[in-house]
Design a protein around this ligand. Sequence first.
Ligand SMILES: C[S@@+](CC[C@H](N)C(=O)[O-])C[C@H]1O[C@@H](n2cnc3c(N)ncnc32)[C@H](O)[C@@H]1O
Length: 226
Amino acid sequence: MANWDKIYRDYKKGGQAWATLSGEIIPEFKLVLRQEKFKFKRAFDIGCGTGNYLAYLVSNGFQVAGTDSSPTAVKMARALFDKKTGRAIKVANMFKLRIPKNKYDLIMSIAAIHHGMKKDVARLVGKIYTALVPGGKAFITFPDLVSSQHWDTFKTNKDLGNGTFSPLSGPEKGLPHSFFTKEEIAKMFAKFRMVKMQLDKRGRWVVRAVKQDSRDSRNKYKQEYV
Ligand SMILES: C[S@@+](CC[C@H](N)C(=O)[O-])C[C@H]1O[C@@H](n2cnc3c(N)ncnc32)[C@H](O)[C@@H]1O
């Protein structure tokens, strides 16, 4: 989106390290890489920004692919890797993505997937399910509807209805942002198993979920919340 490309261009010119440009890897993600097993170690990052999570994955032995709508961010991300890996990082609108079926054993999206209307976000979660191998894992963050009321950026906003707002000022002005309840997230992840949702201190739901494996037991569609 044009707003985000401008954020990255300004940053390159010495501007503010807006949002996640600080390069932090959230502790919940580090924990997943330490605790979980990944058979193929093939990961896809949706809204990968400048590629800090991709670099972290590569340093943990993953083969990676990523996408972001900002050409500037994708260029910065590609610069971190060799040509082959760089070619797997592409400029695209995540809501129009075609993701190959049964390919990845980790698909993640951090502080990114909510930049759109809820119906598009839900459709993308469905595509993520299809793109995971059986037993593959999703790791996605969603801003919480209640906590969003305390976000500075949203002090003045246009209410687009149903928990979607667009800020009237700041670098993300005019860009729809969707905020979710726990129940809405549970609904989007109904096909997954082992759905774990944790509200972090920034007011984001950190969601981990596993794609159904044909070897799972009969109560396979049961969700588990933590
Ligand atoms: C807050 S940043 C997070 C970047 C990265 N995931 C991280 O945590 O470091 C949000 C990212 O989502 C990207 N983004 C926003 N809307 C998008 C869309 N429709 N398609 C693809 N990327 C998008 C932005 O360009 C930006 O890089």
